[in-house]
Design a protein around this ligand. Structure first.
Ligand code: ARG
Length: 588
């Protein structure tokens, strides 16, 4: 794309003036303020500093060596040495013509494809998925789709929580308190009831606690009856997960739950002990600080009353059971051996940040060689809040079930669609409402910087104006309708030249050209909010273009130019929304 070409040429010019300069640091970015042009580069400040040259003088020499007049107006050197690039309309038209001919859609796939494992969603068995699960699920899916589009080899793996002490209580509950009718009606609700009941009893009655523990031990030893019941609970949960993932249109390459790693846990602990990385303490086994980090940065230490105390990562309990950490260590080992990834991304809420810091450091100590070949990254995110600024709950104070939330979103979206298009048959309004509802829930969640908490707001997320899914979806619907109404476009070989003249045309065209930059930033930094903001900006520019410039009634060559803008806008909006896991409709 043009911006990459500008960057390349600028790097060559810098090299010819300053042969020792680190030209990889010479970047061209979209201009912060469009008043100064389309792109800018601040790189000469740093280059000048290293080369001990006045950056402004350096800029004059670089600009003299820069061959760029085919693409840009004369370069402007601003302030102490910033470069401002303003594209020629004809150069923009050329890029658009290439896109219209189907040669690209304003992005290129990567020259260095990486293998990237993405661990996301990961709900726990026998519990209903709640509103919080939308975060890991939606963010992880958007990152996976974007990286895939950019040409990376992406492996998605849902690390379901299907093992742990809760099964002792669930088994005891199933054997003593199961309501078979309730189970048939709503299996997850019944499992949740059993879990709550037994866990409350365990707090008061030591013999219940003993009984639950005994069930767990039986399960861990492979008792056939308990194994069969445990499998049944997983199957029942899977039905629920599948229904939700189906509604959200989210699919995983693998669903290797925690239990999948059970066969390797004992060996993992033994190996860590043999290597002197883990040791026994009060009957349990843990990984302790190796003293290589300053205490403040050492996650294996905690400050209590002004003193640094050990805060080990436990990998075996005193009763012989294993921990979340043990499974996660075995999981890294398995993933590295199975897929040789360059990166593993964990899309998990920020409260688990200390766990991942410990995990990554522990793995680096365990397998330093393998660790050098992989980047382990925690992609954290904040909470969803209610109007009161506290975690989002139902009126009665319960956690909001994801299935109920999606139902309500569909009902509310149906009302919005009906308000707008009452003449459409109900069936069609329902289909559109589904696309709008799921899109709105996802978009609202992807829009804020992922590490911020955000306030859940029905009216805002479903509004047809503002930075919302319905707004972006609606601009897609408008743009694609113009193209359909125009009838067939000329064949690729016979396309007339494009002439961009109106400021609204140019503004829209410039934004189209930056699609690749938005995709790359989203993929590299794992921040879908970049893509949301890009798309809402594009949708806004399209809307202003559409108000200012008649399309179908315009004379040639304007008509063809404008129609091409509509077509490319529709394509980019659709592709961008697809990356966010959000659908579109031709009618809205
Ligand atoms: N099931 C876990 C939870 O609900 C999340 C798992 C995240 N992934 C991982 N590899 N630890 O908290």
């Amino acid at each position: 794309m043009l911006h990459a070409i500008l960057e390349k040429r600028l790097q060559l010019a810098v090299r010819s003036v300053c042969p020792d300069a680190d030209i990889a640091s010479v970047l061209v970015r979209p201009a912060v303020d469009p008043q100064f042009g389309d792109y800018q580069s601040n790189a000469l400040m740093a280059i000048g500093k290293t080369a001990k040259t006045n950056p402004r003088q350096l800029a004059v020499r670089v600009v003299a060596a820069l061959e760029i007049s085919d693409l840009c107006e004369p370069i402007e050197i601003a302030g102490p040495g910033f470069l401002n690039f303003r594209l020629r309309p004809a150069a923009i038209a050329d890029v658009l013509a290439d896109a219209a001919a189907g040669r690209h859609l304003f992005f290129t796939t990567t020259a260095r494809p990486r293998t990237i494992v993405i661990d996301f969603s990961a709900p726990n068995v026998a519990k209903p998925m709640h509103v919080g699960h939308i975060r890991s699920t939606g963010i992880g899916d958007a990152i996976a789709r974007t990286l895939r589009l950019l040409g990376h080899r992406v492996i998605t793996d849902n690390h379901i929580g299907d093992w742990g002490t809760q099964f002792g209580m669930l088994l005891l509950g199933w054997k003593t308190e199961l309501d078979a009718t309730a189970l048939k009606k709503d299996a997850i609700a019944e499992l949740e009831r059993l879990y709550r009941l037994i866990s409350a009893r365990c707090k008061e009655q030591p013999n219940q606690q003993e009984a639950a523990r005994a069930e767990l031990v039986l399960l861990q030893r492979g008792d056939p009856e308990n194994l069969a019941l445990w499998k049944e609970m997983i199957r029942l949960s899977q039905v629920q997960f599948d229904a939700i993932y189906g509604r959200l249109d989210i699919h995983f390459d693998y669903m290797l739950g925690e239990s999948f790693y059970n066969p390797w846990l004992a060996a993992t602990v033994a190996d860590l002990m043999t290597r002197g990385i883990a040791r026994e303490s009060e009957g349990a086994v843990g990984i302790f600080s190796d003293g290589s980090l300053p205490p403040k940065e050492d996650p294996f230490l905690v400050n209590k009353d002004g003193e640094w105390q050990a805060d080990p990562a436990l990998i075996r309990k005193s009763d012989g059971g294993f921990n979340y950490m043990t499974t996660d260590l075995a999981t890294i080992d398995y993933r590295l051996k199975t897929w040789s990834p360059d990166q593993v991304l964990y899309v998990v809420d920020d409260r688990q940040a200390p766990h991942f810091r410990k995990l990554f450091l522990a793995f680096a100590r365990w397998q330093p060689e393998a660790n050098r070949r992989v980047q382990l990254r925690h992609i954290g995110f904040g909470k969803i809040l209610g109007d009161d600024g506290k975690p989002f709950k139902t009126r009665s104070g319960d956690t909001v079930k994801l299935a109920d939330l999606l139902d309500e979103a569909e009902e509310r979206a149906f009302a919005v669609v009906t308000g707008k298009r009452p003449e459409l048959p109900e069936e069609e309004r329902r289909i559109i409402a589904g696309i709008v509802a799921i899109g709105s829930v996802k978009y609202q969640d992807l829009l804020p910087n992922r590490q911020s908490d955000y306030v859940f707001n029905w009216d805002k997320m479903l509004a047809l104006t503002g930075n919302t899914a319905p707004y972006v979806q609606y601009q897609y619907t408008r743009a694609s309708k113009v193209v359909r109404d125009a009838g067939p476009l000329p064949a690729a070989g016979a396309l007339p030249a494009l002439h961009l003249t109106d400021p609204a045309e140019l503004s829209l065209a410039r934004q189209l050209m930056d699609f690749g930059i938005a995709l790359e930033a989203t993929g590299e930094e794992c921040r879908p909010n970049y893509l949301c903001n890009y798309l809402s900006d594009l949708a806004g520019r399209y809307s202003r273009f559409y108000e200012a410039c008649p399309v179908l009634k315009a004379e040639e060559p304007q008509r063809h130019t404008r129609l091409t803008l509509c077509d490319l806008t529709a394509q980019v909006l659709k592709q961008g929304l697809t990356c966010l896991g959000i659908g579109t409709s031709d009618v809205m």
